[in-house]
Design a protein around this ligand. Structure first.
Ligand code: TTP
Ligand code: MG
Length: 395
């Protein structure tokens, strides 16, 4: 295997929401199960294969689905449960590659490049093992595609759904790819498909065999280049792990609207402490502090301040949050329904500057002690300390 050769695996669960329902409710197995919004304007999230036979599919209005499949079992779905199963699946995937890009709740790319020690060059066995592990640990069926790039891997996982396993090797690209309709090219939607059909392009091979100059004249340079690359099975997009979080925040909706500023400040302090803890745990310093206020009438406001010096300690975040809050006029008679604090504009761990080195060092050692306790006993335990002793000791 050449050094530069890439291998990407795409995994996608079969009928994900419906499969979870059938797993958790044995009486639903073998039946047409349709998960989605059940209200008047609801749409189908997904349907079991039994329901798909009736022509029910994702994004179809629920009313149409009911007409097509009158004997279907219609369910609202249990989204927290799907999220939990998704997390379990990604945990399993993390054992199969160190480089994973989640695409949605039930699918992702794994980069297998350079993993010959683990795959032993037997890509089919590796894909099978991944499918078997998911099935054994979650009771759910996945489809897998393995290919030299993302486009072909995703295409592959779809080719033999359900329970598919397709390996697309470079020497088979033309045989597999060219007979497929152009709508299978990534980025070709209904409109582009029609436009291409007007020039006589129906299958991917029609494009691949055309000369690029003609194609460029017909559909424009950018689209032509994109289509030609993919029609030849070329795609060099990297597998990118989840992008870093852009902001860290916490908000609280109160059971009863807050009626006084001191009450609100107490909550701001607690929110600031939770955000600070998350920042420090993530090794982050933030240049922007934002507060969010929702009043009794649901009107919602945000106020933010960008600081020259980045913050990560509870009292610094609280100070900024409180200043923003003080400057916000609450209409007479209105209560506060929700408060939130968030931080963004991250840079790496701060350096100790010459001027406030001593104070910073003091904070650092104090917070490292607090954070150790939080890490050991959980956040709740230290909440009170955060409100009284910590702040006193820093004065
Ligand atoms: P998909 O992987 O697109 O669909 P699927 O897993 O249900 O079926 P397939 O076997 O064809 O992969 O989406 C994953 C889940 O995301 C799906 O179970 C429900 C949800 N979803 C929606 O809520 N709305 C949608 O329009 C789509 C496409 C999916
Ligand atoms: Mg799926």
């Amino acid at each position: 295997m050449a050094q530069h050769e890439r291998w990407i695996l795409h995994v996608d669960m079969d009928c994900f929401f419906a499969a979870v329902e059938q797993r958790d409710n044995p009486e639903l197995r073998g039946k047409p199960v349709i998960v989605g919004g059940l209200s008047g304007r609801g749409v189908v999230s997904t349907a079991s294969y039994e329901a798909r036979k009736y022509g029910v599919h994702s994004a179809m209005p629920m009313a149409v689905a009911r007409r097509k499949c009158p004997d279907g079992i219609f369910m609202q779905g249990n989204y927290p449960q799907y999220g939990a199963v998704s997390a379990q699946i990604f945990e399993i995937l993390s054992h199969f590659s160190p480089l994973i890009e989640p695409l949605s709740i039930d699918e992702g790319f794994l980069d297998l490049t350079g993993m010959e020690r683990f795959t032993k060059g037997r890509l089919r066995d590796y894909g099978l093992k991944l499918k078997q592990t998911i099935l054994a640990e979650t009771g759910l069926v996945a489809s897998v595609g393995i290919a030299p790039n993302k486009f072909l891997a995703k295409l592959g996982s779809d080719l033999e759904k359900p329970d598919g396993l397709v390996i697309i090797r470079p020497e088979n690209i033309e045989r597999i790819l060219w007979p497929l309709p152009i709508s299978r090219i990534w980025g070709v939607g209904r409109k582009t498909e029609e436009r291409l059909a007007a020039f006589g392009y129906r299958h991917i091979g029609d494009i691949a065999k055309k000369d690029i100059d003609t194609l460029q004249k017909q559909v424009g340079g950018r689209l032509a280049n994109h289509l030609m690359e993919l029609a030849h099975g070329r795609d060099d997009r990297p597998v990118e792990p989840l992008r870093e979080v852009q902001s860290i925040g916490k908000e609280n909706t109160f059971e009863e609207d807050l009626k006084s500023r001191p009450e609100a400040e107490k909550h701001l302090l607690s929110l600031a402490a939770q955000v600070g803890w998350r920042l420090r745990r993530g090794g982050k310093n933030a240049h922007t502090v934002q507060i969010k206020i929702r009043l009794s009438d649901f009107s919602t406001y945000t106020r933010q301040k960008t600081l020259t010096e980045a913050v990560c300690y509870d009292e610094d975040i609280y100070r900024e949050a409180k200043n923003l809050f003080d400057a916000f006029a609450i209409p007479a008679g209105s209560g506060i329904r929700l408060l939130g604090v968030s931080c963004s504009g991250f840079d790496g761990p701060s350096e100790i500057s010459l001027f406030n080195g001593e104070e910073k060092r003091k904070k650092e050692s104090l917070y490292s002690a607090i954070d150790k306790i939080k890490a050991k006993f959980g956040e709740g335990k230290i909440g009170h300390l955060g409100e009284s002793r910590v702040f006193d000791s820093l004065k």
